[in-house]
Design a protein around this ligand. Structure first.
Ligand SMILES: [Zn+2]
Length: 292
């Protein structure tokens, strides 16, 4: 088992957790500092897992729940605001990888009138998006086989942490799917605020390791944001990055992150403190009738 970011074989136990009744083991890379799920003990490493089991375990339904759609819609509006604040006015074509039910694509279509394409391995979610008329593919390989034009915007919202080869996927997007002056949009849980230990989370990104993953894959971040939208008014649960592809990727070796354990412990201590002091700002209310 090698590190998902730098490929080193040297790692040690970082944490044990449990998710949906499955034991989880997270190791830390001794070279770069990335915390990643030990694949020897991981259920999520099996590709079949995603097609059906993932949604059933996570959401208790194979089809989108109201809460799920609400969260995705709030995220989409936030991402649109970020792009607009950076002066992005025109997006002609958009690809969303891990498109789920197509909520992000539809929101961007409304805001920018862009053509939509989605990749979603989950059968029920993909069917849901297809019913709305969105061209959908079950995998990036299937999309590439269809010979698509390059896209102005490629997004992966809460997807990178699920991928067994995140740098490889980002490189493939740059090499085959994103236009030269296109934009990559990423959002992941922030290891320094979000629980992060979940059955299908293969890697736990910090601001540092996320930047390094992008650098290794040949991207230059043009915007980097820590925020809690839509769940928290205080906790920076998520990391959002907008990046441009570089012409030539000559990244050199991964720059290591030190003291990850100390930073994680302090972050979770801070989280417990603000949850106690400001419970209603730490966790914002969901729409009527929905549980956290
Ligand atoms: Zn590493």
């Amino acid at each position: 088992m090698t590190c998902l970011l730098c490929g080193s074989d040297h790692h040690h136990l970082f944490a044990k957790a449990e998710s949906f009744g499955y034991p989880l083991v997270y190791d830390q890379c001794e070279n770069c500092g990335l915390v990643f799920q030990s694949q020897a003990e991981s259920q999520a490493a099996d590709p079949e897992f995603y097609a059906t089991t993932y949604r059933r375990i996570y959401q208790a339904h194979e089809e989108p729940t109201a809460k799920d759609l609400w969260v995705q819609s709030q995220r989409a509006q936030h991402l649109i605001k970020i792009l607009e604040s950076l002066g992005v006015r025109e997006i002609h074509t958009m690809l969303d990888i891990g498109a789920s039910a197509g909520v992000l694509l539809q929101a961007f279509h409304q805001a920018f009138a862009c053509q939509m394409t989605g990749v979603e391995p989950g059968d029920a979610y993909r069917a849901f998006a297809e019913q709305k008329g969105i061209p959908m593919f079950p995998s990036v390989e299937a999309l590439i086989a269809a010979g698509p034009e390059r896209f102005d915007l490629v997004s992966l919202s809460h997807v990178l942490e699920h991928l067994p080869d995140p740098v490889g996927m980002l490189r493939q997007i740059r090499a085959e799917l994103l236009s030269e002056d296109g934009l990559l949009l990423l959002e992941v849980p922030n290891f320094y605020a979000h629980d992060s230990y979940e059955l299908a989370h293969l890697a736990c990104y910090t601001p540092h390791t996320l930047r390094e993953a992008l650098r290794q894959a040949g991207y230059d971040p043009v915007h980097f944001e820590r925020h809690g939208v839509p769940r928290s008014g205080i906790l920076n649960l998520y990391l959002t990055v907008l990046a441009r592809p570089l012409g030539q990727a000559a990244p050199g070796s991964v720059r290591p992150e030190r003291n990850v354990s100390v930073k994680r412990n302090l972050a979770m201590l801070y989280r417990r403190l603000v949850q106690k002091l400001f419970p209603h700002r730490a966790w914002l209310a969901l729409p009527e009738g929905e549980d956290r």
